[in-house]
Design a binder for this molecule. Structure first.
Ligand code: ZN
Length: 322
């Protein structure tokens, strides 16, 4: 006996609220234009599936080997620390950020010490574009196997066949499944592709990094949905016109989420900033009016930050703060 469920719902890409019909403004988070259609295919209530299901296999709790997850270290201290001590084999990691902020640069640098085979799937840039970027970073001879492929079924089949230590997907917005009718970049395509990558990662214990672009309004297209589907979510933040970049983890199944990595964008790639306090304190002069130095904690690390205020002489008899 089967029962057809409603096959279309509308979800907000910013807060994941769901509606039976389209709304111009999300009533959950108040944002405009974030609600879009989510088509659910093949989701039927099948009673016979419940009746036929065999019981799950059980293992004795005391016999489980709880050795700590072995980690693959990239050698970039700031990167490994935000991940919780390196890459966990079989983990699916989303790295989000604005286009051009340096996500693929940072990932290319992180590949330098990873044992091959390494797979790189690009749906946006050609092999020669990525090669020339790697050459700028003096990483032109990295043992990467490259494919310009956007079909998720073929990507997953390649991962199964090659059994790579690490796979980079650049970017999730370009992937497309044959099983879903909607265009690449839609919420349906993104969640189906992500689910298939998760299966491939767990099936063969291969680690996969997914690059996800954030739009101007601050959402990765189809983003909150993605955050639920992966093990770890990192965001690379910063201003395109400034040199500093912050790598932050907002979800981590294998570590804490309050660590922050600091990088400086240079001509030769992302340099770790090991003493960010120096960077955040402009030429310190204790006697200058309007400046104060304070300490803030980010994760396990204290930062010295200088706060500056504009001060000027007052012509009144009493001081005034504005
Ligand atoms: Zn919303």
């Amino acid at each position: 006996m089967t029962k057809q469920l409603r096959d279309t719902i509308f979800t907000c890409s910013a807060c994941d609220a769901q509606y039976p019909k389209w709304e111009g403004r999300c009533r959950g988070c108040g944002k405009w234009g974030t609600v879009s259609e989510l088509r659910i295919t093949n989701y039927e209530l099948r009673k016979d599936a419940t009746e036929k299901a065999p019981p799950a296999e059980l293992i004795e709790f005391k016999a489980i080997d709880a050795t700590r997850f072995p980690r693959i270290e990239t050698g970039i201290g700031e990167f490994d620390r935000v991940l919780g001590g390196g890459i966990v084999p079989g983990s699916l990691v989303l790295i989000g950020g604005a286009p051009g902020i340096g996500k693929s640069t940072l990932l290319l640098q992180a590949l330098a010490k990873i044992k091959p085979p390494i797979l790189y799937f690009s749906g946006e840039e050609s092999a020669s574009q990525i090669k020339s970027r790697a050459e700028r970073l003096s990483l032109g001879s990295l043992p990467i196997q490259f494919a310009q492929e956007t079909n998720i079924e073929r990507v997953a089949a390649t991962i199964d066949k090659v059994a790579p230590t690490l796979t980079i997907i650049d970017s999730i917005q370009t992937l497309k499944s044959e099983e879903v009718g909607s265009p690449a970049g839609s919420i349906n395509q993104i969640s189906v592709s992500c689910a298939k990558l998760m299966e491939a990662a767990k099936r063969g214990n291969h680690s996969i990094f997914i690059i996800g672009h954030i739009t101007k309004s601050g959402v990765v297209a189809g983003p909150k949905t993605l955050e639920h589907l992966v093990d770890t979510v990192l965001y690379l933040e910063g201003d395109k016109n400034h040199f500093y970049r912050l790598l932050r983890s907002v979800k981590n199944r294998f570590g804490t989420t309050d660590e922050v990595g600091v990088f400086e964008m240079t001509d030769t790639g992302m340099d770790e900033v090991k003493n960010p306090s120096l960077a955040f304190m402009a030429d310190f002069d204790a006697s200058a009016p309007g400046t104060v130095t304070t300490v803030v904690m980010e994760g396990t690390r204290p930062f010295l930050v200088e706060i500056q205020a504009l001060t000027s002489k007052t012509f009144f008899g009493y001081p005034k703060r504005a």
